[in-house]
Structures are given as structure tokens and as C-alpha cells.
Design a binder for this molecule. Structure first.
Ligand code: COA
Length: 142
């Protein structure tokens, strides 16, 4: 099945990414709307995964100091394990490189540290709690 990832800052696409995030984080994981909707979307680059014309995943990149910070990486539950998350992160890393950034960092939910490890990320520091979910910091040089 054809999978594409659109790199975008268009408001209409951001709304589509927010819909995926609402399903995955707010409804799926119980993350409070006040945390999920943080007002930073207009300043981020967004990535929208589309499979057979249907929106299936989203992520965003925020530039923090000299690093790309990957945030809100989300794939609809029925579509997991099929390479959508990897395709989103590939697009994010390509966008970071185009902007001249040399590293990506992220705070990973502890349950999915192995997903990021498969993509070349390394965990560092102690576990911490964010939105009632355990996290680890992770990083990858580009
Ligand atoms: C984490 C998430 C984005 C992964 O997306 P996905 O589309 O299922 O991932 P992929 O199919 O691209 O997997 C890529 C690799 O990671 C592995 N992987 C994916 N999810 C994994 C998990 N939960 N645990 C261990 N390995 C995992 C895959 O087996 C695959 O490995 P391989 O290339 O060696 O075969 C998705 O599960 C998700 O949206 N989870 C809920 C939201 C969430 O936790 N987001 C992360 C916030 S930090």
C-alpha cells in the first residue's frame, strides 16, 4: 500500500495532524488536552503520513537551540508495526538536515524507547514523568 509523508507548515495540514494526535494521545492515552494542545504548532514543521489517501500518522519538529526536537510522534493503533513511524522520523530527520541541524533529541515514552533505538537513537539520563507517563531523553547525531 502506498505510504507518503508530507512535510508541511500549512494550517489545514496542521489541523489534520492534530486530529491524529487527538486520537492517539488524548483519546488513546488519556493525555490532558491542556498538555497535548500547547500552542506551539504554528512554530513547528509538521509531518503527515498518508496511506491510501487516509491520514494515519503525524509528528512535528521544533527547533530548540541548535537541535531538532521531535515531538508528538503518533501512528493510529491499527496501522502500527508497518513502518509508518519510521517513515515519519525519516522525514523529520531529512527536514532537520535541510535546516542545517546536526542532531535530533526527543523525550520518548519509556514503552517505545526500543522503537527509537531501532532508528539509531540513544537514551540518556534518568527516567522522568511527563503527563503521568514515564519518559527518557534520547538523541541522535545526523
Ligand atoms: C511509537 C510509534 C510511533 C511507532 O510507530 P510504528 O509505525 O508502529 O513503528 P514502525 O512500524 O515504523 O517500527 C519501526 C521499528 O521499531 C520497532 N517498534 C515499533 N514500535 C515498537 C515498540 N512499541 N516496541 C518495540 N519496538 C517497536 C518495529 O518493530 C520496527 O523495527 P524493525 O525496523 O527492526 O522491524 C507508535 O507505536 C505509536 O504511535 N505509539 C503511540 C504513541 C506514542 O507512544 N508515541 C511516541 C511518543 S514519544
Amino acid at each position: 500500500m502506498p505510504l507518503t509523508v508530507t512535510t508541511t507548515i500549512a494550517p489545514a495540514d496542521i489541523v489534520r495532524c492534530q486530529a491524529i494526535r487527538r486520537t492517539v494521545f488524548t483519546l488513546g492515552q488519556g493525555v490532558p488536552v491542556t498538555i497535548e494542545v500547547d500552542g506551539r504548532d504554528p512554530g513547528c514543521t509538521h509531518f503527515l503520513a498518508i496511506r491510501d489517501g487516509v491520514d494515519v500518522g503525524a509528528a512535528r519538529m521544533r527547533v530548540v537551540e541548535d537541535a531538532a526536537k521531535a515531538e508528538r510522534v503518533a501512528v493510529l493503533a491499527d496501522l502500527r508495526g508497518a513502518g509508518v513511524g519510521r517513515a515519519l522520523m525519516d522525514a523529520l530527520e531529512a527536514a532537520a538536515r535541510r535546516q542545517g541541524l546536526s542532531r535530533v533529541k526527543l523525550s520518548a515514552q519509556s514503552d517505545v524507547v526500543v522503537f527509537y533505538e531501532r532508528l539509531g537513537y540513544t537514551a540518556y539520563g534518568e527516567e522522568f514523568v511527563e503527563a503521568d507517563i514515564l519518559h527518557r531523553w534520547m538523541k541522535k547525531p545526523l
